[in-house]
Design a protein around this ligand. Sequence first.
Ligand code: A2R
Length: 322
Amino acid sequence: MGTRMTQMPVLVTGGTGFVGAHLLAALERAFPERSIHATARTRPRPDDNAGCVWHELDICDHAAVDNLIRQVAPGVVVHLAAQSNVPFSFEQPDLTWDINLGGARNLFQALDRLVQPVLLLQIGSADMYGGSFHSPDPVDESTPLLPLNPYAASKAAADLAAYQLSCTSSVKVIRARPFNHIGAGQADGFVVSSFARQIVEIEMGGKQTLQVGDLTAERDFLHVSDVVDAYIALIKQQSAIDNGAAVNICSGGSVRISDMLDELVGLSVAEINVQQDPGRMRKSDIARVCGSYSYLSDRTGWRPATSLRDALRDVLDDWRRK
Ligand code: A2R
């Protein structure tokens, strides 16, 4: 990699999201010599990422995406921008496809027109494997994508479009596939965040019981800082990764939601009564999620570093600060 490429800007789309805030801070630490650019759609820019250059962008606006890419001329793009809410994807499938596939294709076409070398980290999701999780083995990157909801299907389509880009353009593509990640700043709709918010409400005396749904599902959880560290490793060690490769980012194990709940409750001194809410009892389509991260660790040395207990404490402390 030439010096010029290692100094070209890094651009993050969807910088205002859960992962974006963590990634921008990590990029500033990892690449002090590079300018870091980020896109925001509507929300105000967060103060804690004041070191980066913000751009307003709707990823569905083809011309605006093209202009931005020409203006920033990035050496690396991390494409986080997405409609990432699964229940909402059933309510608004067209919007979900427009953002997750249409928006991604706008970006891919703009990158294809760049003359300089550029690395694209296309951020997918373990949800794309969907029905493949019915098999008992940990899924590796050769496992078929069998999406079970519009969010996962649109992300799987973008993952395939990114592979095609890697074959037919000079853009180097890595298709990252992060599994469930938790941490400070995650929206309340996610299970761990919802438990933590309710525990903090009980600690503050505003609520008596913790309402839960089905607790039998098992998931492969990482702390968001491990996911972000994997993205940084993929950028820094891009030459060790095959062009177009899919890369799982996961813990390699799975934890039952009931065990996560017990651990969270154990991190609080409050008296907590857990109650199953019939309204939340819909069984998950997938009983157990477990991935293999051998490709990533063999190529970069990355391994998860944050224990589940520390990750849960981080989520709880975040709600205590709010
Ligand atoms: O809705 P906003 O303003 O907070 O921006 C979100 C952004 N986004 C968009 N940006 C440009 N044009 C759009 N039409 C558009 N729609 C959404 O994507 C936000 O900054 C980001 C998504 O953030 P979260 O929903 O918090 O996702 P998270 O957890 O940070 O996941 C990042 C990526 C996604 O591609 C997932 O599918 C993947 O990791 O697993």
